[in-house]
Write a protein that binds this ligand. Structure first.
Ligand code: ATP
Ligand code: MG
Length: 445
């Protein structure tokens, strides 16, 4: 039997040629979150399975169909299907919630869900997400939504719609569940088996069933928004008001219920139609009961998560700019052993000063070395041979302009290179028209 060592279905390799795209998203996400007062948190890749049963909810698709669970000795562990449960667990376990509120953390992590792989839907995918704990106020909802919107804008993304809804609190939910139950009860025979079992325990979950038949039945189901209690309605009205004040366009979509059980009051999604069926790039909301449910005090909280693969699909589609990967500053083409040793010595010193330096390690001829320097986009090259070593000087070539300058191979080499390098930087700055703090969508320029 042939061994299968191929990448598992629904996973991806990120190759060196593409990694700068990921770094762009990660860097801008970090900077944006930090500018809103969030700090990074890192949590384990797997947790006790019970954590997800408790928080995500036993009747959700994630728990019922998508979790990767292993039995290790006597204990059941699950690869995290999302970041909120583990993050709140970590905040509780490490006493963060006893410190000054609101506590604000963000994360960039991998998630695992056993789903049917397709464009924008993977089995291992990555999220940028964040959680804010402590504030019951709708201004916190507006703040978190505004952060998501700022990030999408800074990435240069266009045509992404914000949909908001309120799914109420346990008080309004009780009345709503009754209404839903009696609605679905009438068409019980047509529901799928999973939804049938949800009818008693959690009828709201039927609303996000992916089966077309259940979806069709759910179309005319009662809407939660018509069942909100006074406090929840007022919260929602205030949020809408804040969003308008912040100049953030939104649409109320009473059909959004979100796929995880812990949400209360505000839920929201940022959606695009440009990358096919998997167009939700960000999903989030308030979860005022979760911390208590996990053994903490009653502390209201909220957050969101963005799918990084989906963000990158939209960025690619819309031709967004990425931060440019660092390229070789100086390449030493060498002839002979003594020249190679000199190149090694100079490279070590240059690297100490932060330069990206390279020399030949393949024993290539001079012509092939220059071809290689060109291929990797080296900014400068220096040819070193016996002549250069004897005279103690060499030619430093600017690969873009072709200009050559003599440079001494003495202990001032790095300082001399600095001067030439800075001149080149200044020239290219003069050539560049504008220098935006964040990469912009090309169309907007
Ligand atoms: P969907 O409705 O697309 O299944 P979801 O409601 O299950 O999304 P969340 O649990 O809210 O998604 O996760 C937040 C974000 O993570 C999503 O908006 C999406 O961008 C991303 N995401 C979720 N599941 C996947 C997946 N299997 N592959 C890639 N990205 C995903
Ligand atoms: Mg899903």
């Amino acid at each position: 039997m042939a061994i299968n060592i191929k990448r598992p279905n629904g996973t991806e390799d990120v190759l060196p040629k593409d990694v700068h795209k990921w770094l762009t998203v990660e860097k801008i996400a970090r900077e944006t979150a930090e500018s809103f007062g969030f700090s990074e948190i890192r949590i384990p890749t797997f947790e006790n399975t019970d954590l997800f049963l408790r928080s995500v909810g036993e009747t959700t698709d994630v728990v019922q169909k998508e979790m990767y669970t292993v039995m290790a000795k006597e204990t059941k562990f699950t690869l995290r299907p999302e970041g909120t449960a583990g993050t709140i667990r970590a905040m509780l376990q490490n006493g963060l919630l006893n410190e000054a509120l609101p506590q604000r953390v963000f994360y960039i992590l991998s998630c695992f869900r056993h789903e049917r792989p397709q464009a924008g839907r993977l089995r291992e995918f990555h999220q940028f997400g964040l959680e804010m704990a402590g504030s019951p106020s709708p201004c916190a909802d507006a703040e978190v939504i505004s952060l998501a919107k700022t990030l999408l804008d800074r990435l240069g993304l266009k045509n992404i719609e914000l949909y908001i809804n309120s799914i109420g609190c346990p008080t309004c939910r009780a009345k709503y569940h009754e209404a839903l139950r009696s609605y679905f009860e009438e068409r019980k025979d047509e529901l799928c088996d999973t939804c049938l079992s949800r009818l008693e325990k959690n009828p709201m979950r039927i609303l996000d069933c992916k089966s077309p038949v259940c979806g069709e039945i759910a179309k005319d189901a009662p809407l939660i928004i018509d069942y909100l209690c006074e406090e929840c309605s007022e919260h929602f009205e205030k949020l809408k008001n804040y969003l308008t004040k912040l100049g953030i366009d939104y649409k109320v979509n009473p059909k959004i219920v979100r796929g995880l059980d812990y949400y209360t009051k505000t839920v929201f999604e940022f959606v695009t139609t440009e990358i096919g069926a998997q167009g939700t790039v960000c999903g989030g909301g308030r979860y005022d009961g979760l911390i208590e449910q996990l053994g903490g005090q009653h502390i209201p909280a909220l957050g969101f998560a963005m799918g990084i693969e989906r963000l990158l699909l939209v960025m690619e589609k819309q031709g967004c700019d990425y931060l440019t990967p660092k390229k070789c500053d100086i390449y030493f083409a060498t002839m002979g052993d003594s020249a190679l040793e000199k190149a090694m010595e100079l490279s070590r010193e240059l690297r100490e000063y932060g330069y990206f330096a390279e020399y030949d390690m393949m024993n290539r001829g001079l012509k092939a070395q220059m071809k290689y320097a060109n291929k990797i986009g080296a900014a400068f090259t220096v040819v070193l041979g016996d002549n250069e070593l004897n005279e103690g000087k060499a030619k430093l070539k600017n690969m873009e302009s072709g200009d050559e300058k003599e440079i001494l191979l003495d202990n001032k080499f790095t300082a001399n290179f600095d001067a030439v390098y800075i001149d080149r930087m200044l020239e290219s700055l003069e050539d560049a028209e504008a220098f935006p703090a964040f990469p912009m969508n090309k169309e907007s320029e």
